[in-house]
Design a protein around this ligand. Structure first.
Ligand SMILES: Cc1ncc(COP(=O)(O)O)c(C=O)c1O
Length: 388
């Protein structure tokens, strides 16, 4: 075993599964922080002790307030100001939420995106043609990345919105989004960036990017539980953000139950009905740890481990479906070989937690708590399975 002086190793004890498994699937579901048990117990205690009053205590605290605090905590990871982030169940709904704020009946009715998007936003975007959207899909040439110039060239004065991913789920290609945002703004279009595969392993600063909308969720690199997804709305856009999809939590005064709809003054106007209360208690510990570790440090380590995995995988003769250029690579290395789909279950059975995606291969995603030894161990196991 390699001797390690890696200061990040101290975090391993916060994630009990790491003592039992070689956990390398952090781009799909991060390891559960020990403190999630306390978070969920806290929720159950509030419910059991206070019943319905837990929604909203007289001092302003309670479940609804915790939703806002959690949205602001999440936003602080990507430099969003307070009140510019809200929570919802999943990215599919959030994509529909943003598209529902656009009127596609006029001349500016175009949606430009690419064929490397996750299936949730892809399906929703396609279906929006029913509401008059003219959907233009830019295709990847190599199945790994999408040429920035091709994307920029597809955006014109008829484009209303450009829903794209920061890191592609199949290949872990890190898109150069800044020129796309600049081109969109130049012609009056907006960009909806899906940061699900990047937040927590690639630094994101919404102010520096000047992105209009950012969505993503809490499973994956931020080590949270399911159903806490976020939508950031650039603060200067909030007052004109008027979605069709709305509900009682979108109202400026939800507990007054007024029949006239007045949207909340902040990003919560993008909410609909009852927010993901239980789930938020399962995601806070992950975000708190990610903030303490620091995404810059996580990125540094991720680039080291993914470079190691990539070099060794290529040396062993595997096909690697992720970018070689570290600047264009997210946190995952997709390794493919004949029989890789069947190898997924065998690796899991042997204690290596990974997954397989068609057109990608076995996705190996080391996080700040993983070691070089763990990367070597999975490569050795894959070599056995591939008869190498
Ligand atoms: C880039 C990306 N976006 C979104 C999602 C999830 O979408 P949803 O929240 O609709 O399940 C995933 C994966 O789970 C993803 O990789």
């Amino acid at each position: 075993m390699t001797k390690t002086t890696d200061p990040l190793m101290k975090w391993r004890e916060e994630f009990p599964i790491l003592a039992r498994k070689t956990y390398l699937i952090n781009n799909s579901l991060g390891a559960m922080p020990r403190k999630v048990y306390e978070g969920l117990k806290h929720f159950a205690d509030m419910w059991n002790t206070d019943g319905v009053t837990a929604w909203h205590y007289p001092d302003g605290s309670g479940w609804l307030h915790d939703c806002e605090l959690t949205a602001d905590l999440i936003g602080s990871v990507f430099n969003a100001p307070k009140g510019s982030v809200m929570l919802h169940l999943n990215v599919a709904t959030l994509t529909a939420q943003v598209l529902s704020s656009i009127d596609f009946r006029g001349k500016r009715n175009g949606i430009v995106y690419d064929d490397m998007q996750f299936t949730s936003p892809h399906y929703v975007t396609q279906e929006w043609a029913r509401y008059g959207a003219k959907v233009k899909m830019v295709k990847s040439d190599d199945g790994i990345g999408v040429d920035v110039q091709k994307l920029c060239d597809a955006i014109d004065e008829t484009t209303a919105i450009v829903p794209i991913s920061h890191v592609y789920f199949r290949s872990s290609y890190l898109q150069d989004v800044k020129p796309i945002i600049e081109k969109a703004h130049k012609v009056g279009a907006k960009v909806l960036l899906d940061a699900y595969q990047s937040l927590g392993t690639v630094p994101i600063d919404v102010k520096a990017l000047n992105v209009d909308y950012l969505v993503g969720g809490s499973v994956k690199w931020v080590c949270g539980g399911p159903n806490v997804c976020y939508l950031y709305i650039r603060p200067d856009l909030i007052k004109d953000y008027k979605p069709v999809l709305t509900g009682w939590i979108s109202h400026a005064r939800p507990f007054k139950f007024e029949m006239e709809f007045e949207p909340a003054p902040n990003a919560w106007r993008a909410s609909t009905g009852t927010p993901p209360v239980v789930a938020l208690y399962s995601c806070r510990p992950g975000y708190e740890i990610i903030k303490q570790v620091g995404v810059d440090k996580i990125r540094e380590k991720s680039q080291r481990l993914t470079a190691h995995l990539m070099d060794k995988a290529l040396e062993a003769g595997f096909k690697v479906n992720s970018p070689r250029d570290p600047a264009r690579r997210g946190g995952t290395v997709c390794i493919d070989f004949p029989g890789s789909e069947q190898a997924e279950a065998k690796l899991i059975e042997r204690g290596f937690v990974i997954d397989y995606r068609p057109r990608g291969g076995i996705r190996v995603s080391p996080h700040f708590y993983n070691t070089t030894d763990e990367c070597d161990a999975i490569l050795a196991e894959m070599k056995k399975l591939a008869n190498k």
